[in-house]
Write a protein of this length. Structure first.
Length: 265
């Protein structure tokens, strides 16, 4: 099942969705996909089309591939402009992912601050070749996502740069409008920002993740490349703290992201 098919699955039957093994990330399903599916369940609970402004995501435990997951969502409060929702992915009776979301309609305001310029990076045609999916080497879900490095080093390369990033888009999907669910996958497709600092393979994962969406979302399709960069701000005792952003190819801001990541090395 490709990304759009899984989104359709959670819309049609949120009580039981099995994520195929080709979306695995080690022993867990790809976190960006799980978060996107919870988000779709949450969006289905809204009474209007107010857009998502931010999501706070906690990966409580690994969501095993091939095992049915129930996607739950509830409206905590629906005000005149802002709705607060809570979403969960539940597997075998245990919460594996928890998402708190704020959805807010726009309002007239005298305050307008432009986004900072996008971080410079090599053009797509000059960046590293597309990272291939290699069975047993790269995560299984990488067959669904295309990455081209332009900043920093690859995982386990011993690169000490604080920054890592490049170009990203989905693979093997039909052309369709890009939504916030797709942006969740594009941002989380990149490895934890501490991985390039290591000189040999080790496990690492996202513990908590906060992402804010720039509304209205720029007019893009699922076939368009986007620009991503993450900066590690601090790391010690097996935990790292990183801030990231995602832009269109032309440098228009799409999302701002913060993650607390863990590394077992």
């Amino acid at each position: 099942m490709n990304f759009p098919q899984l989104l359709d699955a959670v819309r049609n039957n949120p009580d039981s969705v099995s994520i195929p093994a080709d979306w695995a990330q080690g022993r867990a399903s790809f976190g960006g996909l799980v978060a996107a599916l919870v988000f779709e369940a949450m969006r289905g609970k809204l009474s209007d089309a107010r857009p998502v402004r931010s999501l706070a995501i906690t990966f409580v435990g690994p969501a095993a591939p091939g095992v049915p997951i129930r996607f739950e969502a509830e409206v905590l409060r629906e005000g005149k402009a802002v709705s607060t929702l809570l979403g969960r992915a539940v597997q075998d009776g245990q919460v594996v992912t928890l998402v708190q979301g704020s959805f807010g309609a726009g309002r007239p305001s005298s305050v307008e601050v432009a986004a900072a310029p996008a971080i410079p990076m090599k053009p797509l045609e000059e960046s590293a070749p597309e990272l291939p999916y290699i069975k047993g080497v790269t995560p299984d879900f990488m067959r669904h996502v295309a990455l081209r490095w332009a900043i920093g080093g690859l995982p386990f390369s011993g690169n000490s740069s604080r920054q890592m990033g490049g170009w990203v888009r989905l693979r093997y999907v039909p052309q369709a409008p890009l939504t916030e669910a797709h942006l969740l996958a594009l941002v989380d497709a990149w490895p934890p920002s501490l991985m390039p600092h290591l000189k040999q393979p080790a496990a690492g994962s996202t513990l908590t993740w906060t992402i804010e969406f720039i509304q209205p979302v720029a007019s893009l399709t699922t076939l368009d490349w986007c620009r991503y960069c993450v900066e590690t701000e601090y790391a010690r005792d097996g935990y790292g703290h990183a801030a990231a952003a995602l832009w269109t190819a032309q440098g228009e801001l799409l999302a701002l992201s913060r993650q607390t990541v863990t590394v077992f090395a």
